[in-house]
Structures are given as C-alpha cells and as structure tokens.
Design a binder for this molecule. Structure first.
Ligand code: ZN
Length: 349
C-alpha cells in the first residue's frame, strides 16, 4: 500500500507545530517558501499555472526531476482541484501554491499544507512516479481540504486531520475518481484504527497515536455526517456544515476557536450535532459499535468484495454521502480548466 502522510505524521506534526508557532509569533519571514528556498531545484525552478473556474494553482517543480510528463502532473492537479471544488462548492482559496519536491522511488510519500503567509501545499514525490500511480493517489485532495478548514489549537489537530482524511475519500468518490465500493472498503478497513486504545482514559483531544488522530477524526466526521442527515431528513450533511464554514470566511489562514467552528456548523444545520458529538468523543474515549453501523448503512464483505445493500435502514444516508451528485457543479466541468506555462524571469539564464 502507498505510504500516506499520516504514516509520517510525527515529523509532519512537529514541523506543522513549529511552523504554526513561528507564524503565530510573526517569526516566519514574509514570502519565505516552505522547503524550496534551499532545495537544489530552486535555482532554475519552473512554474505552471493551473487555472479553473474561480481560482488558480501555481505549481512549482522542476520537470527534469521526474519521469512524469508535465501534462500528467497537471492532470493530477486538475482532477484533485476539481474533486475538492465540487465538494465545497468552490475551491477553498482563490490562489494556492503547490511545490513538488523530488524524492527517491515511484510514490507520493508526504504532503503538508500551510495557510500563511499564503496558501501553500508541499508534496514529496518519487522521481519515477507514474500517471497510473497518481490516478489512485488521494494525498493532494487531502492537502487541498486542509486549505478549506480554519486553523485550530494543536490540541484539535485530530479534527483537521479527520476532516482531511474523511473528505479526501468522499470528495474523490463524488467526483468519480474512486468507486463508492472502494470508498466504503477503505472506511471499513481504516476507521476501526480510530477507535480508542484499550484502557484509554482520554478522548480524541488527548490521543497520542497518529493513526488514531487521523482515523478517529474521520470516524467523528462519519458520525457527524450521519447524525446531521438524520436530524435534517437527509437534506443536509457534513458537506453543508463545511460549506457554511467557508461562507463565514473560514480557511487555513484563519485561527478559529473550536467553539466558533462547531457553532457555525451547528447553526447552519439547525441541530446541535457537532456540539453533542464533540462532548462524546473529544474529552472522553468513545467506541461506537462499528459492526452495527456498517450493517445499518448496508455495507458488507461478500466473497472478498464490498456489496452495498440499498434496502438497509441507513442506505439512503450512505448514498447521499458517497454517490455522485446528479447535477455536478459547473466548476467541475473540464472545459473550464486551462493550463498556461511560463518560466520565471529569475530562472532565465
Ligand atoms: Zn493532513
């Protein structure tokens, strides 16, 4: 299986914490790029601008570092941006910078996102990574989702990582980049990792396990999605709550309290779902009956594959979460995507 960013989260969390602290203290130099200033690629770096309705992403990388063609890389960026924009109703920020750093091997190994001084994602990618590998790689959607969520105290990193982990999968299924069966298979396989450890006394706020932080947060999101849909007759879900945060100006460049985030999400829904769920899972360990949950959603293993049962009690909720919308947003249409290439003036010989 591909190495994912949560497997390197210890380094990630430390660097994020350091970055956030530096930024909060005003110590980070304006315009100081993450990870590029001292890399060998910086001397003759190239930038591509990937444009789409409502936004653009500047992609900084050195094409000769990778066997991948420029078009193949653009395709990954476009598809990831399309899935993210379709989930949130628009891309989280009008402009973001994406830095691709080379590494050994043929896989994407790590990603991180920061909101200040500009929205920026840094991805570490193997030099021999193929287009086929990228077609199944959700890490870039994960990092783009981070851009859409307000920053919180480091104690609530599980919420940020949970939203990114949950939405990276749901958004890609809704966009047709993965099948709904693959989505639910991933959740059935990984979400149990988010349950409290045996004899745990603390909740998600106190977890020291990286995998529990990511998948416990994702479990929180799945529970929130289901409970919001139960409370609203399946008319709204977590997607609507996250869009409400966006409408109130929430994104990674803003520091919000957890109370503010929960309050805006719950006011949009009209039911205090997130507040109640946080009280249950945040400060205390909570282990919902996942076997029963999968059964009620109509998801089961049969002869080594996932079978979805539309007669199950919560099947309509499951389909509202993961099925492709019948009327995709205009922003999702490939025809609105253009790519322009230029070489930075400073890079000319
Ligand atoms: Zn993350």
């Amino acid at each position: 299986m591909r190495m994912r960013d949560y497997r390197l989260v210890a380094a990630f969390a430390i660097s994020l914490a350091l970055l956030l602290r530096a930024e909060r203290a005003g110590a980070e130099r304006a315009n100081a790029p993450v990870g590029t200033a001292t890399s060998p690629a910086a001397a003759d770096s190239e930038s591509d601008i990937v444009r789409f309705a409502g936004g653009m992403i500047r992609v900084d990388y050195k094409a000769t570092d990778f066997t991948l063609t420029r078009e193949e890389l653009h395709e990954w960026v476009r598809q990831s941006a399309r899935a993210t924009a379709a989930y949130f109703g628009r891309f989280p920020v009008p402009y973001a910078r994406l830095v691709i750093e080379p590494a050994r091997g043929d896989q994407v190994t790590m990603g991180r996102a920061v909101g200040r001084p500009e929205p920026r994602i840094v991805v570490t990618m193997g030099r021999r990574t193929t287009a086929a590998e990228l077609a199944n790689e959700s890490l870039l959607v994960h990092e783009m989702v981070h851009l859409a969520v307000p920053d919180h105290d480091i104690r609530y990193l599980w919420l940020h990582e949970g939203i990114a982990t949950y939405v990276e999968n749901v958004a890609r299924a809704q966009a047709g980049l993965m099948t709904v069966e693959a989505l639910w298979a991933e959740f059935m396989r990984e979400i149990p990792e988010g349950l409290p450890e045996p004899r745990a006394t603390g909740g998600l706020d106190d977890t020291r396990s990286d995998r529990r932080r990511y998948w416990g947060g994702a479990l929180f999101c799945l529970m929130a999605d289901i409970e919001i849909r139960k409370a609203t007759g399946n008319r709204q879900g977590l997607q609507d709550a996250l869009r409400a945060l966006q409408r109130q100006g929430g994104n990674l460049s803003r520091m919000w309290t957890l109370e503010r985030t929960i309050d805006i999400a719950d006011r949009n829904t009209g039911a205090p779902v997130l507040a109640a769920l946080y009280r249950t899972m945040g400060p205390r360990p909570h282990a919902p009956d996942l076997t029963r949950l999968w059964r009620e959603l109509g998801i089961r293993h049969e002869r080594g594959r996932i079978v979805l049962d539309n007669a199950a009690p919560l099947a309509a909720i499951r389909r509202a979460i993961s099925d492709r919308p019948s009327a995709p947003l205009l922003v999702a249409a490939p025809s609105v995507v253009r790519v322009a290439t230029y070489r930075e003036a400073a890079a000319r010989p």
